[in-house]
Design a protein around this ligand. Structure first.
Ligand code: HEC
Length: 717
């Protein structure tokens, strides 16, 4: 097996100048991690070999030292500072005693998994201006390790192969058109000497695809586009025949999709199914969200948005597709965790290899992995957009959903989704899938005057829709109360919840289950818990004093079992929904915490920070100016500085910023872009001086309103 790998690598390299594939990385950590080893990951539970634990991505471990009886003795073995202050979404990988984990800005750290000692750090030097190219913070979900190399996708669209021993770059490829608003936040997956990566950007206008590269040389092996070529011509890619056969006719010939790409970006789950030798990929929402702007002539399903597709692992050729949200208009991505398992859902209760999926749209799907055929499905969350699924798994829509131009539509699930990227897990012991779910609603309404090309989100709806125009006395607790999180233990055979737990905020962490029926999960308030996976009872908890959204892992070294979790405040939740702030943990740099039985290490106190103060100057502005400021703010600034100008702590709170107090400083930051190198890009092309000033009037007014309403907390730590 090994020899064959090297032989093919050398042969490929002989034809390529400057190819480094001939070098031998087999003595590196993870030097023998190949397709066979990842396929057998369940048999070597001491390591955590890929993003979801193994190719089936169940996030279930056979390790059994930590049990419901002794879990109370878990303590901190070590912690490590990721040194970045944006969100942390990574699942670490552990192999041969080394942990590979990513922080914000796609920075990779290699650590001694027993002690936390830093072995090396690789910083891809992502330009901070690219913050404005993504919807949801400069996050990264992790790396892939294969034959002694570590692969990371960078926020600015590169795929980099690193030497797992020292972090030096072996090869690097730009995988996107960097003039467009593409980003990479997802973890690559590796199999059969290939590494695959997708991209994101559907909120800003791009065309989604996934690409496979040769792990040794970085050469492109195949690419599959998920929306038609804008001229409906072949791209010379693996997707050509499938787009011609299924997708082209499902779009009209005009509209924003022809210039902006249509979306369907594969930014999270993409798994290798070794039984069927195929890659299964979930695709993102359509772009822009407003279907009347996106595809005004057409009335088709807009394939392959919001779909699950299987592609041949070697050629990338189409095998099957299943669309979950036809002609999506609500940002219902289908990129969420794909899990492979054998379930008793065949004829007469026979076991069948299936895919389990709980995408944003609120339905739980079980699909036949070999054919993509719908096996069964049911709603796992409240819904206003559909009343159920038909016999083929197609949603039965509520017609009011598409009439948002006549009457604003209250969308449940909200575009943030009943389940977002926070990894779901499946325990073959309990037979349950565990969904970190969200309860949110959002008003969807037409933007007066049609679409506006904003620098940031460009979705074709009124971004201020449903928000109160001014900071209202007493209303915030109500807004906050209407959003919640849940952990749902879902029976995928009967399609019923076995048990549920509620959280005061959405976007809580991903899950891990173990052989001893433990379930680990953290929440955005910073508490990390162990539950009994069978009944949901709580067995252990610890306050890590920093928000948790990523998923834990477990591994074993020298006979001791460890549990690890990456923490950090940020991600789409903190960036885009700042008013959840006071229920969440303090903003802080990212950290990795690792636990074992009997350890008693310390939890690090968060950095000192200022919560809220009084605005630094008087308010000004006529009611009309403030109203215009509300619209301009909501369209241009809200997605980073928070709705109603309430910051979550990832970006400065503009209501009491010294910059807001001074017209010239404001202009320098907002229009001249003097902080662009820190992620605050120039809005010169989007905002006139008057418009920029209207925003200043609005944020100061919001600040004074907060003072009048007594919702001001002083500096604290
Ligand atoms: C892509 C995300 C993003 C968007 C969109 C964005 N900002 Fe920012 N903004 C930031 C970041 C990050 C910082 C912090 C920069 C730093 O650390 O110096 C910042 C800082 C600022 C500051 C400086 C505050 C201080 O106290 O230092 C002002 C003023 C500001 N933004 C105004 C705006 C306005 C007005 C808009 C909309 C027109 C806007 N921002 C849109 C990310 C964003």
């Amino acid at each position: 097996m090994k020899a064959l790998h090297w032989f093919s690598a050398m042969a490929a390299c002989a034809a390529l100048a400057g190819c480094s594939g001939g070098a031998d990385y087999s003595g590196n950590p993870g030097g023998d991690v190949d397709t066979a080893r990842i396929s057998a990951a369940g048999k070597t539970p001491g390591d955590w070999l890929s993003y979801g634990g193994g190719y089936e991505e169940q996030r279930f471990s056979k390790l059994a030292q930590i049990t419901p009886e002794n879990v109370g003795k878990l303590g901190v073995a070590w912690s490590y500072d990721l040194k970045t202050s944006h969100g942390v979404e990574a699942t670490p990988i552990v192999v041969d005693g080394v942990m590979y984990v990513t922080g914000a800005w796609s920075i990779v750290s290699a650590l001694d998994a027993k002690t936390g000692k830093e072995l090396w750090v690789y910083d891809p030097q992502v330009p901070k201006e690219t913050l404005a190219k993504g919807c949801c913070d400069a996050v990264n979900r992790g790396v892939a390790v294969y034959e002694g190399k570590v692969f990371v996708g960078t926020y600015d669209g590169r795929l980099v192969a690193l030497n797992s021993k020292d972090g030096s770059v072996i090869w690097e490829k730009v995988t996107v058109d960097q003039s467009k608003p593409y980003t990479i936040t997802g973890a690559p997956r590796a199999f059969k000497d290939k590494v695959i990566i997708g991209n994101g950007g559907s909120e800003l206008g791009v065309r989604g695809y996934v690409t496979a590269y040769n792990t040794n040389t970085g050469e492109e092996e195949w690419r599959f586009y998920f929306t038609p070529n804008p001229k409906k011509k072949p791209d010379g890619a693996a997707s050509d025949s499938a787009l011609a056969k299924f997708a082209n006719a499902s779009w009209g010939d005009s509209g924003a999709w022809t210039t902006q790409g249509g979306g369907a970006t594969a930014w999270d789950s993409m798994i290798y199914d070794e039984v069927n030798d195929q890659v299964i990929v979930g695709t993102g929402n359509s772009s822009p969200w407003n279907g009347k702007i996106r595809d005004p002539e057409g009335n088709g399903d807009n394939l392959f948005v919001s779909s699950v597709l299987a592609l041949d692992a070697d050629s990338g050729e189409y095998k099957w597709h299943f669309q979950e949200t036809p002609r999506d208009i609500l940002d219902y991505t289908a990129v969420q965790t794909l899990i492979l398992a054998d379930l008793p859902v065949g004829a007469e209760g026979k076991s069948k290899r299936v895919i389990m999926h709980a995408p944003k749209n609120g339905f739980f799907y079980v699909l036949d992995a070999a054919t993509g055929k719908f096996v069964s499905g049911k709603a796992y969350s409240a819904q206003t957009w559909a009343t159920g699924l038909d016999a083929n798994g197609r949603p039965i829509e509520n017609p009011a959903m598409r009439q948002f131009d006549k009457k604003p539509f209250l969308a449940v699930p909200a575009p943030a989704g009943a389940h977002n990227w926070n990894p779901m897990g499946f325990s073959p012991k309990t037979g349950l899938a565990y969904i970190p779910a969200n309860n949110m609603a959002q008003m969807v309404q037409e933007r007066p005057g049609g679409i506006k090309e904003t620098l940031k989100w460009n979705v074709g709806y009124d971004m201020a829709g449903g928000l109160p125009p001014a900071y209202p006395a007493g209303a915030l607790p109500g807004i906050r109360a209407s959003v919640k999180g849940e952990l749902i233990a879902w029976d995928p055979v009967t399609h019923k919840p076995r048990w549920k737990r509620e959280y005061p905020t959405p976007f809580n962490g991903g899950v891990l289950t173990t052989e001893t029926n433990l379930l680990f999960q953290g929440d955005t308030m910073g508490t990390f818990r162990a539950f009994n996976a069978a009944d949901g009872s709580e067995l252990w908890s610890m306050n890590l004093k920093s928000g948790i959204q990523a998923a834990p892992i477990t591994y074993e070294i020298d006979g001791e079992q460890y549990v690890a979790i990456a923490t950090g405040w940020g991600t789409s939740w903190a960036l885009n929904w700042g008013f959840a702030w006071d229920k969440a943990a303090a903003p802080d740099i990212g950290r990795v915490y690792v636990f074992k039985l009997g350890a008693n290490g310390k939890i690090v106190d968060p950095m000192q920070y200022v919560i809220v103060e009084e605005p630094k100057t008087k308010s000004f502005g006529t009611p009309a100016q403030i109203a215009a400021g509300f619209q301009n703010y909501s369209e241009n600034c809200m997605v980073c500085h928070g709705p109603l100008a309430i910051s979550s702590g990832v970006t400065p709170d503009l209501r009491w910023s010294g910059v807001s107090a001074d017209k010239d400083s404001w202009n320098q930051v907002v229009r001249e872009g003097i902080l662009a190198g820190n992620g605050m890009v120039s809005f010169k092309g989007q905002l006139t001086p008057e418009e920029a000033e209207s925003i200043r009037a609005y944020v100061l007014d919001q600040g004074w309103m907060a003072v009048r309403n007594g919702d001001v907390r002083k500096a604290s730590k």
